[in-house]
Design a protein around this ligand. Structure first.
Ligand SMILES: *Cc1c(COP(=O)(O)O)cnc(C)c1O
Length: 382
């Protein structure tokens, strides 16, 4: 056996024996909040499709119509010939919705983070990153040449101390607005104040806030009411489509177009994806009812989980963690829920810190109150 084959074999065996092997479930069909897996229809609580838009036929129709006119594949990267009028239109639409000068689409939110951070920082930039930031923010930090320091989760005071003590020509705080495995909010107002005191900038990843939080769905930034130098997010969660973006000044977008490698060296998303994004944004703008519904369902879930004795932080996010501890405990709990007809993912390291393996439960506007109540009843028995 070559070293390569034996290394792979050993790594897989180690992952399996420590309950860390991951395997995608294959979804055979969907119906509302239900998914059919292994021939069985279960109620799914693991979607980020908070407003239920991913199933909205108006989005898929917009995509089909554009695909019929433009073809499917973009055929080249954005800077070659992959930027269509539809790409520009959806970018204008994002900027308009967020009140930003401009916006730039990326293939994904992960690519947007990588492009944003690598194009705007250098060896003389200090980047402060929350310890529970999304993996793609962590990767963006690693990919940048910046001086990266990680501050304790949600601790604006600690971040401010680092801003005061670390020497760098330029300083930046980069945080998720809503933490993807904890559902809590970053202390944006306190971080803004800390940044201002030290001449630092604040940029945020609003992937879980965009479309669902704030009075009008403009996200975690709207909810906190703070100014940010730039934000990344995507159209793949509450907006029910696909693709990431950065919103900021016109010059920021011009810089990213010339310098963000994750924008430049990759094939453009199809025009149909841009068309789907346009329709998704239109629906996000008028989704007040769905937003109210999903926030109410999230509240119902949180109250129920608290009543079972699990600590759950106050948050308007439509998902929450049920922290159980070991990998095995989380897997056993997920398996029991599966047996009762619920799809709830077990989240294990390295997605979350060791010893904090958990269930991550999310609700969408497609759920009904009795769906949440039924899940809570089964959760009580795990
Ligand atoms: C999902 C997510 C991303 C990645 O977005 P994709 O479009 O799925 O690549 C980035 N940041 C956060 C906080 C996320 O939750």
């Amino acid at each position: 056996m070559s070293w390569f084959e034996s290394m792979v074999e050993r790594a897989v065996a180690e992952l399996a024996s420590s309950h860390l092997l991951r395997e995608p479930k294959v979804v055979e069909g969907v119906r509302g909040p239900f998914a059919t897996i292994d021939g069985r229809e279960v109620l799914s609580f693991c979607s980020n499709d908070y407003l239920g838009l991913s199933r909205d036929s108006r989005i898929s129709k917009a995509a089909s119509k554009a695909a019929a006119g433009w073809g499917w594949g973009a055929g080249s990267s954005r800077l070659m010939a992959g930027t269509t009028a539809l790409h520009r239109a959806v970018e204008r639409e994002i900027a308009d919705f967020l009140g930003a000068g401009s916006a730039l689409l990326f293939a994904s939110g992960s690519a947007a983070n990588a492009g944003l951070l690598t194009a705007t920082t250098d060896e003389e930039t200090l980047v402060l990153s929350d310890e529970l930031n999304h993996a793609s923010v962590i990767d963006a930090c690693r990919l940048s040449r910046a001086i990266v320091r990680v501050y304790p989760h949600g601790d604006a005071e600690a971040a401010e101390k680092m801003l005061a003590s670390e020497r760098a020509a330029r300083k930046l705080i980069f945080t998720d607005t809503v933490f993807s495995m904890d559902g809590d909010l970053a202390p944006l107002p306190a971080l803004r104040v800390a940044a201002n005191r030290h001449g630092a900038e604040l940029i945020v990843d609003d992937a879980h806030g965009f479309g669902v939080l704030g009075d009008t769905g403009r996200g975690g930034v709207e909810l906190a009411g703070v100014a940010v130098a730039a934000r990344s997010a995507n159209l793949a969660k509450a907006a029910g489509s696909i693709g990431g973006f950065v919103a900021g000044s016109r010059d920021l977008v011009r810089l990213l177009e010339s310098r963000a490698r994750s924008f430049i060296y990759t094939t453009a998303a199809p025009a149909a994806v841009a068309a789907a994004g346009m329709e998704a944004l239109r629906l996000v703008r008028v989704a007040d009812d769905a937003r109210r519904r999903v926030v109410a369902l999230g509240g119902r879930l949180a109250r129920g989980v608290r009543a079972l004795g699990y600590p759950v932080r106050e948050s308007p996010a439509p998902f929450l963690p049920v922290v159980l501890g070991t990998e095995e405990k989380a897997l056993v709990a997920a398996a029991k829920l599966w047996e009762s007809g619920f799809l709830v993912p077990a989240i294990r390291p390295p997605t979350v810190p060791k010893g904090t393996s958990r269930l991550r439960i999310s609700v969408t506007a497609l759920h009904a109150e009795n769906h949440v109540d039924a899940l809570l009843e089964s959760l009580a028995k795990i």
